[in-house]
Design a protein around this ligand. Structure first.
Ligand SMILES: [Zn+2]
Ligand SMILES: [Zn+2]
Length: 449
């Protein structure tokens, strides 16, 4: 049996720049190449300096969120012989996201004076991306030229293209969950993982280990609360702002609104989307028939005709009453569309600000969620504070599996070893306390599999 080892390449044990090295005999595989969304410069990059140049055989990317794919161009540049695998949906979204990253880094270079930005360029991406080899779900493929290790993607139900991956070789069977959601969403279906018996190692996300779902949670009831709040806001002459992540949340929220308009549960008011979301929605629509959807014949842009706009310039999104605004970013980070728009929005008491996803406590969105009506909010450090007078609500539409479901999944695999990743320390620790033979890996030190 080949010797197998796992190394955490994240600099710290948290949701950040996710990346893991697997060594199975002679074969070296890197799973994911994320960028830390909160850190800047070298701190935002995994420990790629630990990987000797041109020493990696294969790179596998599970999905197109920044914390999984944001530093892929750097890793590909360091590892010119590595083959690069992801699903077709991930490839399309990742390419658009990384080009957007170049623009974000260019403006951060100017605004924050970070000399080394951008870390890669549009032209660099155009040169690297032809190396990506898209692979469909449930079709095994070889990771090395000798075919000694193979991999298979399975739908992880998290966002378009998201995958868990089964890796088999050297008499080892290893499964990495990626970010996973077992239940159906409004638009995309939940995961379809294989029967995972006799696993040697399970590498699994632990995002929600520290945040149990409230008792008696039912997705339909949460949706009714969300839609009911939008209805009430529109009825009193206000507008609803829903800050959303460009990939995943935008399209799920739009699908929910469309369904409720069709069923007469929402009036047919204008819906605005903006920024990066528009590009990502076009890609979602492109894959509507080739991926597992609740309603495969539904195309968001064709069937909903949302109004698209930008943060500034000629197509700046107008602040009108009686509208729904689904704008990125989800955490209302400074210089994004949702942040700029909120400046003329949150001081109106008739309006509603509705959060449907995670917001870091230090982000503007996180600060608003911790505030009271009437508090002054610093949306952007370079601009004056704004009074928070609108209604604020938070809903649980997480794209990550709740901890009890995830624990049940872990136990069902009958795995000999569980490696807990993608969670803050308290979240991973909760799972470690429930399981035997579970490890929270240290950064940069190999552990045996
Ligand atoms: Zn994700
Ligand atoms: Zn993630």
């Amino acid at each position: 049996m080949a010797d197998a080892r796992f190394t955490l390449l994240n600099r710290t044990n948290e949701i950040g720049a996710n990346s893991y090295l697997l060594e199975i005999g002679e074969i070296r595989i890197v799973l994911d190449a994320g960028m830390h969304p909160k850190k800047r410069g070298p701190d935002s990059i995994p420990r790629f300096e630990d990987l000797p140049p041109d020493s990696v055989d294969a790179i596998i990317v599970t999905h197109s969120h920044l914390d999984h794919v944001g530093t892929l161009p750097l890793l590909m540049r360091d590892q010119p012989s590595a083959r690069v695998f992801m699903t077709p949906g991930t490839a399309a979204l990742a390419e658009a996201l990384l080009h957007n990253s170049v623009n974000v880094m260019k403006s951060q270079r100017l605004e924050l004076g970070i000399e080394e930005y951008p870390l890669f360029t549009h032209r660099g991406l155009d040169e690297l991306f032809p190396r990506v080899e898209p692979r469909d779900y449930e079709k095994p493929f070889d990771l090395d030229r000798n075919g000694s290790v193979r991999a298979t993607f399975y739908d992880a139900g998290h966002i378009l293209g998201s995958a868990g991956v089964l890796i088999e070789g050297g008499e080892k069977r290893i499964f990495y969950s990626g970010d996973v959601h077992f239940d159906d969403h409004a638009l995309i279906r939940g995961s379809r993982f294989p029967e995972l018996k006799d696993l040697d190692t399970l590498i699994v996300e632990t995002t929600r280990g520290d945040s149990p779902r409230k008792d008696g949670y039912r997705r339909e009831e949460e949706e009714e609360r969300f839609i009911g709040d939008i209805r009430a806001c529109l009825a009193r002459g206000g507008s609803a702002l829903v800050p959303v992540f460009a990939i995943g949340k935008t399209q799920e929220v739009l699908a929910m609104i469309h369904e409720c308009k069709g069923a007469g549960r929402l009036p047919d008011v204008p819906v605005y989307i903006g920024g990066l979301s528009t590009k990502m929605t076009i890609i979602y629509d492109k894959f509507s028939e080739s991926t597992r959807r609740m309603t495969p014949d539904f195309k968001i842009l064709r069937d909903m005709n949302p109004i698209t706009g930008n943060r500034r310039g000629k197509r700046k999104i107008p602040n009108d009453p009686g509208c729904i605004y689904a704008l990125s970013s989800g955490m209302m980070t400074a210089k994004t569309t949702s942040n700029g728009f909120a400046r003329g929005f949150i001081h109106h008491s008739k309006n509603s600000l509705l959060f449907v996803g995670y917001a870091d406590p230090d982000s503007p969105g996180g600060k608003i969620r911790a505030s009271q009506t009437g508090d002054m909010i610093l949306l952007d450090e370079e601009l004056p504070e704004v009074a928070l007078n609108c209604e604020v609500q938070v809903y649980d539409f997480s794209g990550h599996a709740p901890r009890d479901q995830l624990l049940e999944f872990m136990l069902k695999t009958g795995t000999k070893q569980t490696i807990l990743v993608h969670g803050d320390p308290a979240a991973s620790q909760w799972f470690a306390d429930q399981l035997q033979d579970a490890v929270i890996p240290p950064s940069g030190t190999a552990i045996r599999m």
